[in-house]
Ligand binder design. Structure first.
Ligand code: B16
Ligand code: MG
Length: 230
């Protein structure tokens, strides 16, 4: 049997390739606490896959401070958070790549399957360099040039186009609900890494990245295709 008809795999970064969520959490918590807003891990879950400015708006809203700051002050707050985040990720090394990802990337390369990163993070290119995995990817989306953020499909559609693949030939991998929604809106097969409660919309849900393999996603892809044509 042909191993796969998948032409391209589009990866989210944070939570799929590496786990920078803890650093986002620390930097947002410090900023929120400084301006008098409580911030805990449960609330932090809402920020996964969400852009920097949208994250700030959600934090201000939950602290009843949505109207307190001017647009310029909000940019300054977001910059302050990002400065701390950038300092925290400075020490990232290849040891921070999530389990199974390197083998999976090598497997995709060996089978000539194209790959891209579709991250909401403006720091994605720097993180990929620090992880020393740039050579595994054919394209890294520039989130600053993407019209609408996740859960809109834009970043996945732009990635597929750059890889020369039709969305129906692509698999997207995400750890956040907004990301799975974006993949589905792009009409790609969605692999969710995490809990079914959050990622119920995905076509395949895996507990962790160690479970990723070409065989696993190819089988799910065949089922996905059969389901579509049924
Ligand atoms: P930055 P992903 C997302 O990365 C994070 O999950 C999210 O928490 C963060 O706010 C967003 O990137 C923007 O990051 O402030 O570095 O531009 O999961 O889409 O790879
Ligand atoms: Mg993510």
């Amino acid at each position: 049997m042909e191993k796969s008809k998948i032409k391209a795999v589009v990866f989210d970064l944070d939570g799929v390739v590496t786990d920078t969520a803890e650093f986002h959490y620390i930097a947002w918590k410090n900023l929120a606490n400084r301006i008098g807003i409580d911030f805990d891990r449960t609330f932090n879950e809402n920020l996964k896959g969400i852009s920097r400015m949208e994250s700030l708006e959600l934090i201000l809203e939950q602290g009843d401070m949505a109207e307190r700051f001017s647009p310029a002050e909000k940019v300054a707050l977001a910059t302050e958070k990002n400065d701390e985040y950038v300092a925290l990720i400075n020490d990232i090394t290849p040891a921070d790549i999530l389990p199974g990802i390197l083998d999976f990337l090598q497997e995709l390369k060996d089978h000539g399957i194209k790959t891209a990163i579709a991250s909401a993070s403006k720091n994605a290119p720097a993180i990929v360099e620090k992880l020393e995995i740039r050579h595994f990817f054919d394209y890294i989306a520039d989130v600053g040039a993407i019209p609408n953020p996740k859960p809109a499909p834009d970043i996945f559609l732009v990635s597929a186009a750059h890889l020369g693949a039709h969305p129906s030939e692509c698999v997207g991998i995400e750890d956040a609900a907004a990301g799975v929604e974006a993949i589905k809106a792009a009409h790609m097969m969605a692999v969710g890494i995490g809990e079914v409660e959050q990622l119920g919309g995905a076509d395949l849900i895996l507990d962790g990245t160690a479970e990723l393999s070409l065989n696993e996603i190819s089988n799910a892809f065949l089922e996905f295709k059969n389901g579509e044509s049924a």
